[in-house]
Design a protein around this ligand. Sequence first.
Ligand code: CU
Length: 248
Amino acid sequence: MLQWLGLPAAASSHAGDIDQMLVLVHWLMAVLFVGWGIFFVFVLFRFRRGANPKADYTGAKGKLSKGIEVAIVVAEMVLLIGYAIPAWAKRVQQFPAESEATVVRVAGEQFAWNVQYPGADGKFGRSDVALVSADNPLGLDRNDPDGKDDITTINQLNVPVDRPVLIHLSSKDVIHSFGLYEMRVKQDAIPGLDIPVWFIPNRPGEYEITCSQLCGLGHYRMRGFMTVQRQADFDTWMADQVKQLAPQ
Ligand SMILES: [Cu+2]
């Protein structure tokens, strides 16, 4: 079933769980679709006007129909309680420790993704709406000691492979949706909220960051890129960013 669904490559540690659930949901829907289809044709024939000149208003009374209904409810409960709720709980309760993760701030805006790394001190600098400009889309205060070493990029997120990524997601203007399909991650970015999102990328490569909510006229071009790389390559990239920051 997994191949037939045409899903994007699975490149995060929890992608397998999500895909397994998608497969189970699709199997249930396939069975229901075929079952209902057969039942529909049966009803058309069984209750045709020729055989039933007078309508019966009471509906199905057999044990079979009740049994099937109960079986469907049980199957849906198993999917919900056995798969969906535990998978969701892991995403929203069991966050990785900041010391063991690549911590990044991502802020959506019409129509780009702003990325901020806390730098060597591990602390995000203060940002102020009064400082927002074309050169400083996040309004980062470079006079703040915590903000001196912060690294910012636009539409480019680099992360090392096999290490948890913890993103603090927000938005500068309207509601966007941060979509990383290969990571099986999708989360709305909402102005005024800092929403944590985490995953463990386990396959190096170039992936696309999409905006998955219609957020304005330029929505179609609101795309960023995520590069998942080996730790050494990430360190080289980060050192390069630090070098570019130095003259300021
Ligand atoms: Cu958007």
